[in-house]
Write a protein that binds this ligand. Structure first.
Ligand SMILES: NC(=O)c1ccc[n+]([C@@H]2O[C@H](COP(=O)([O-])OP(=O)(O)OC[C@H]3O[C@@H](n4cnc5c(N)ncnc54)[C@H](OP(=O)(O)O)[C@@H]3O)[C@@H](O)[C@H]2O)c1
Length: 237
C-alpha cells in the first residue's frame, strides 16, 4: 500500500483567514488540503501558489451537511494522514437572537460547532495512534467578551472551546496539541460590506493573523501554545 501523505487539513480555504493559512503552510512546504464550497476560489488559490501549488489539494464540500463531511473524510483518510486539522470555516448572521430564524441558527451551529467536532472525531484516532497531532480551532474574541448580534455565533464558538478544553485534558499523554485561537476583527468577507467600508482600517489583515497561527503551530519541544488571543492594537470595534 502507498504511504499516506502527511497533511494539514484546513476548512474554509476559499477566502479570508483560511486562504491566508493555506498560503503560509503551502509556502513553507507543508502539504495542505483545503475544503470549502466555492470551487472557483480554490482553483484560483491553487494557481496563485505558483511552484508551491504541488503542496495544495482541495475538496469542494458543504461542511454543514453531515453526509458531505463523511464522504470527504473517507476520501481524505484513504490518501492522507491529517497531522494537523484547522477548524477555520465559520459563518455568522450579525442579527439579534430574536431576529435569527431557526434555519439560520441550525446552519451556524452545524458549520461552526458540529462540523469541527465531526472532523475531530474522524481524524483524532489516527493522530493518537501516531502520537502526532495538532488541532487548531479558529474561535473569536466573542469567547472573551460579550458582543450583541452574535448570540448563536458566540454559542457555537464557546461550545467548540469547551469541547476542545475537555478533549485536551483527555489526551495529555497522546502528544496531541490543541490550539484555540481567538482573533479580533479581521478584514474578511465574513463582515457585511458596509461594516468593511466603515471599519476595515481598524481591522487586522488575514495574512498577519495566519502568520501568527503558523508560528504557534511551528513551536517545537514539549510545549504547546494552548490559547492565542490576537487583537488590533486599537482594540475591539
Ligand atoms: N474576520 C473576523 O473578524 C473574524 C474574527 C474572529 C474569528 N473569525 C473566524 O475566522 C474564521 C474564518 O472566517 P473569515 O473571517 O476568514 O471569513 P470568510 O472570508 O467569510 O471565510 C469563511 C470561510 O468558511 C467557508 N465556509 C463557510 N461555510 C461553509 C460550509 N458550510 N462549508 C464549507 N466551507 C464553509 C467559506 O467558504 P465557502 O463560502 O467557499 O464555502 C470561507 O472559506 C471563521 O471561523 C470566523 O468565525 C473571524
Amino acid at each position: 500500500m502507498e504511504e499516506k501523505i502527511n497533511s494539514v487539513l484546513i476548512t474554509g480555504a476559499s477566502s479570508g483567514i483560511g486562504k491566508a493559512l493555506v498560503e503560509v503552510f503551502a509556502n513553507n512546504a507543508y502539504h495542505v488540503i483545503g475544503i470549502s464550497r466555492r470551487e472557483k476560489n480554490l482553483i484560483d488559490l491553487k494557481k496563485s501558489l505558483g511552484e508551491n501549488e504541488k503542496y495544495f489539494d482541495y475538496l469542494v464540500a458543504d461542511i454543514s451537511e453531515r453526509n458531505q463531511i463523511e464522504e470527504i473524510c473517507d476520501n481524505i483518510s484513504s490518501k492522507y494522514f491529517v497531522h494537523c486539522l484547522i477548524n477555520n470555516a465559520g459563518i455568522s448572521s450579525f442579527k439579534s437572537a430574536i431576529d435569527d430564524t431557526i434555519d439560520e441558527i441550525e446552519k451556524i451551529i452545524k458549520t461552526n460547532l458540529f462540523a469541527p467536532i465531526y472532523l475531530i472525531k474522524k481524524f483524532l484516532p489516527e493522530m493518537i495512534l501516531k502520537k502526532d497531532g495538532t488541532i487548531i480551532n479558529i474561535l473569536s474574541v466573542v469567547n472573551k467578551k460579550i458582543f450583541t448580534n452574535s448570540s448563536i455565533y458566540s454559542a457555537s464558538k464557546t461550545g467548540l472551546e469547551s469541547f476542545s478544553k475537555v478533549l485536551r485534558e483527555e489526551h495529555r499523554n497522546d502528544n496531541i496539541k490543541i490550539i484555540n485561537v481567538f482573533p479580533g476583527a479581521t478584514a474578511t468577507e465574513i463582515w457585511p460590506s458596509k461594516a468593511l467600508e466603515k471599519y476595515s482600517s481598524k481591522m487586522m489583515d488575514s495574512k498577519s493573523v495566519a502568520n501568527i497561527i503558523f508560528q504557534a503551530f511551528e513551536q517545537k519541544g514539549n510545549l504547546s501554545v494552548e490559547e492565542l488571543v490576537i487583537r488590533p492594537i486599537t482594540g475591539d470595534l
